[in-house]
Design a binder for this molecule. Sequence first.
Ligand code: ZN
Ligand code: ZN
Length: 327
Amino acid sequence: MKAMVLRRPNTPLVMEERPLPAPGEGELRLRVEACGVCRTDLHVVDGELTQPKLPIIPGHEIVGRVEALGPGVSGFTPGQRVGVPWLGHTCGHCPYCASARENLCDDPLFTGYTRDGGYATHAVADASYSFALPDEGDPATLAPLLCAGLIGWRTLKMAGAASVIGIYGFGAAAHIIAQVAIQQGKRVHAFVRPGDAPAAEFARSLGAASAQDSDAPAPEKLDAALIFAPVGALVPRALAATRKGGAVVCGGIHMSDIPAFPYALLWEERRLLSVANLTREDAREFLSLAPTLALEMHAVRYPLAQANEALNDLRDGRLQGAAVLIP
Ligand SMILES: [Zn+2]
Ligand SMILES: [Zn+2]
C-alpha cells in the first residue's frame, strides 16, 4: 500500500510504500476510495494536537470498500462501501462509555491521530466504528460527511431549538451544516474571515440569509452561534451577537486563546459550549439523515500524493468547501 505519513509534527508528509496490513480481530481492511482533509488534520500536522501516534497516517473522513474481514467480524461483506470517522475506538466501560457519552471516553482511539487513518490506498479500521454508506455516488462527496458533516451535526444539535443561527468560519463543516439548518427551516447568517469575499459569496450561494465579515455586526440577534473557525476572539463576538438565553457552540478541537470579556456578554443565561468528538449514535443519525436532504457538496479533489498541497491550501484559506484526497 501507499500512504502519506507524518513522521514528525511541522514537517511535510512523506509518501511511503508499506506491506498491505492484515486486519486484526474485529477489524476491516478497506481499499480507500476517498479521504477528506479536515482542519483537525492540520492541527495534528502543525503540532497543535500534541499526542499523536508517530509516525501517523492522518485522515479521518475515509470512504472505502471492504477488502478483508478480520476474525470475529460480522455484518460486513467484501466490496461493501463503508465510512470511517474520527472516533476510531472506545473502551466501552469507563463512566462516559457507560452513560452514552462515548465521545468523552477516557481511553479512546482517534482515526488519523492515535491510529492510522485514510491518507493512503488502504486502511484498517475497527469494524464497530465503521458505518455502511450508500453504494452509489461519488466517494469524494461522501467523505466530508464523515467529520465536517458529523461534527457539524453534533454542533447544530447542541445549539438546541434555534431558528436564527450564526455560523462563524465558513469552511467544510459550515458549508454542509448551513444547508442542513436551512432545509430545517432555520435562517442562517454566515460570518467569514474579514475580507474573504469568496467565502461570503460561497455562503450566500448555499442559501445563507446574509454573509459578512466576522468583525461586522450581525444583521439580527442570533438564537445560537456555531463557531467552526479556530479563532478564540470569535467567542466574545458571537456572545455579543446572541440573544438572551442563546447558545454559542464551539465546534472545533483546537482554538486560539479566548480573550477576556465582560461578564455581561455571558449573563442573561447565554450558554457557551464545546463539542468534543462524536458518538456512533451521531454517526448513525446523520448518515441516515444526509441522503434525505438535497446537500450540495463542494469537494475539491487532490491526488493522494498532493496531500501537502491540500493541507497548505486549507491552512491558507485558498479553497471553498472540503478538500478530498483521491488515491
Ligand atoms: Zn470509555
Ligand atoms: Zn475532522
